[in-house]
Ligand binder design. Structure first.
Ligand code: FES
Length: 153
């Protein structure tokens, strides 16, 4: 895309600057706020289940912070989480078909990158994505934080 400024999503799609985040919360950026993570009072990870609750290569919807989040345990060993609510008509993205880092909505086949929430058919739109941490047998989720250099948690 000549002449456009943007970034490549984690699923390899180009997202021009000015992307739209369809969710209610956007990633917290310490670069934008100039405030450290400690000062931002970022919430700790919250346990959403046990490792054995999540099937490899499938999504599972879990409650987190008053909403449903789709957690994906990938064959690669990676874990991802995005908003479970499809922005089209509200299907559960956790019920979608997973192929690589893409999930296809079970109702009308919109595709989303599970790594960063990008809508693959229109990378300017994203659903919220979350950080996932596996701590022993616990699977934990928290809102995504974008750190600037030098930040220490
Ligand atoms: S509800 Fe997801 S594509 Fe329509």
């Amino acid at each position: 895309m000549v002449g456009q400024v943007g970034k490549i999503s984690q699923c390899g799609k180009f997202a021009p600057l000015g992307e739209i985040n369809s969710g209610r919360n956007k990633p917290i950026s310490t670069r934008e706020t100039g405030v450290s993570l400690k000062d931002m009072n970022v919430s700790d990870f919250e346990v959403v289940g046990k490792v054995s609750d999540f099937e490899v290569g499938r999504g599972r919807a879990v409650p987190y912070d008053g909403r449903m989040v789709a957690v994906f345990r990938q064959e690669s060993g990676e874990w991802y989480a995005i908003d479970d609510l499809c922005p089209h008509m509200g299907a559960s993205l956790a019920e979608g078909y997973v192929e690589g880092n893409s999930v296809t909505c079970p109702w009308h086949a919109w595709r989303f990158c599970v790594a960063d929430g990008t809508w693959e058919d229109n990378p300017r739109v994203k659903v919220d994505s979350f950080e996932v941490q596996v701590d022993g047998d616990d699977v934990k989720v928290r809102e995504r934080v974008v750190e600037k250099e030098g930040d220490v948690e």
